[in-house]
Design a protein around this ligand. Sequence first.
Ligand SMILES: Nc1nc2c(ncn2[C@@H]2O[C@H](COP(=O)(O)OP(=O)(O)OP(=O)(O)O)[C@@H](O)[C@H]2O)c(=O)[nH]1
Ligand SMILES: [Mg+2]
Length: 659
Amino acid sequence: MSFNEQFDHYGEWRREFALQLKRLSQWMKDHSLLDAAVEERLLRLELQVRSDKIMVAFVAEFSRGKSELINALFFAGYGRRIMPASAGRTTMCPTELGYDADVPPCLRLLPLETRLQTQALMEWRNVPEKWTRVDLDVNDPAQLAQALEKVAEVIHVSQDDARALGLWHDDSPQDNPPVRANGLVEVPKWRHALINIAHPLLKQGLVILDTPGLNAIGAEPELTVSLIPQAHAVVFILAADTGVTKSDLSIWREHLVTEGGGTETRLVVLNKIDTLWDALSTPEQVQAQIDKQIATSAETLGLPCEQVIAVSAQKGLVAKVTGDQALLQASQLPALELALGKGLMGQRQDILRSAVAASIHALKIEAGRAINMRRRDLAEQLLELRSLRGKNISVIRHMRSRIEQEKAEFDASGTRIFAVRSIHFKLLREVIDLLSTPTLKAELAELTRALKQPGIKLGVKKAYGQTFVYLREGLQKSQALCGEIHAMLASSFRELNAEFGFSLQAPVQPDLARYARDLELIEQSHLRYLGVGNLMKLSRADFCERLMRALATRLRVVYESALGEVELWNKSAASQLDVQLRERRRNFGRRLDAIERIGQAASGLDDRIYEIDDQEQVLNELDAKLAALTSLLTSAPLPFAAHSATAPAPVRAAIPEAA
Ligand SMILES: Nc1nc2c(ncn2[C@@H]2O[C@H](COP(=O)(O)OP(=O)(O)OP(=O)(O)O)[C@@H](O)[C@H]2O)c(=O)[nH]1
Ligand SMILES: [Mg+2]
């Protein structure tokens, strides 16, 4: 199965899944089993399943064939080369390809000058007028390709300007861009490019990130700090003839190995195997050479051989465009597609699956509770009515006043509930404060100050470490407070249950450990900027400012989602109270109603008893249907069986004669 087909398959699975979630939520709504918190949870889940984005980043030294591989994997359908790929440096700015239905097909380019300002790339995304827009015609591949040439554009500026832009460093001349005879420096024209096209894969949530070679990766902290670490898969490309060169290795070490060593999401491609095809060697000899390069590269990078795949992007593209099956097999591109697809989709599916499982579990408990409560109310009514059999009017009247009294007592529970609510909100306020943006800003103040100090900043690493210690403490405190809220709710709910016949249960508090792990990842991904090797860079105010911005932006995302989870959890406790209060009130109403009718015509009693029996039957059916609908969601077959990230056996196709 090609990558495209696998992705289609995955998209279908997600759509079907989202549909089932919608059905479940509609059904629950129809039967009044949906409280506000459950509804929100289902909605979020459906949105997550529907809009799940998968980002694949292509990272390598220049001219290894990143753009060509993107063409071969995703865009051969256009019948030509779409992303510019040529000898020497070609792609000059990071280029993101994706699909956003709200924006017409276009290429948006952020001018390089924005580097003179301090906003992080993420913030520029929200300033559409700063981007230069070129409309794209997806039905005209030639126009498309021509427009995309823009990502290769360069401009020439003075050394001083290049320095101000953060692209010229006197201390590391080897990384500086080329200088022309007139002394001007060649720099990219654009800082970032966003391509929005309705390509079938992009429409289903695939996002592709093409990057320029080494120096450019380091020059944009956002790439290292946020885009690459957050990519779901990174394809790292080497040339088959050279294997891992010194500069390949430095990119790998600096940008692609995390301190925890996690490399499962990395796929290494040994590209340009066609350069090894040669008329004087047998196909077996050529394959032996390739295998040897795979083994050596895998060893150098510290990866299992299965994660290194040899291909020829160029021949793969040609083969797809011309429909040459033999050449396609020889390019070994299909093996890469299979490995990429399986690893990626399997991983996403696992993540979605566990999110769904957790939510469905919570939802079943909530709905089950509502059903049980109704069941208990029915039993209560039944008992009451049976006791009235054969009784006269005065007994019935007496019963009526008893229910009324009970109702009055119940209404008094309002003040108790109010008290519980106000304690709950007071504690909740504290957690919200801890996770709020102002708190985060305050925690970052010390580090910002350390980075703002002029000159060499030896103390920065320490301030950095300290900041993360505080951030972690803040999270721990939030977790402890959540524990306190849970304990408070649990004991108040117990009392309310005993006194007023509720069946409240405090929902399990969120586990913030996930966010602590996010903090750790963020800490690591910025660490490389603070090493001794970076002291010169750190002495520049613009670099520090950019670094701080990128850091703050990423942390904000973590804090916002932690806060969202805490809020949803509290909402679910609060709406439980609402629902049960409402149900209980309704129950009193129904009981009074029944007595009223029976009082007027004593014959109604048996009918009423039958009615309740029927209702009980309906409840049993509801219960069964709920179980069926939810188990459909948690046990549907998975098209991408878990943990199937291993690559298939390499394709040993005949290698055609060298041209
Ligand atoms: N022979 C051969 N050439 C290839 C192959 N893949 C790419 N190339 C060529 O290598 C050159 C560089 O390819 P690009 O795709 O531009 O490389 P890149 O990694 O995107 O380079 P930058 O954009 O400069 O960072 C182009 O001339 C490609 O045609 C391959 O499999 N075989
Ligand atoms: Mg390129």
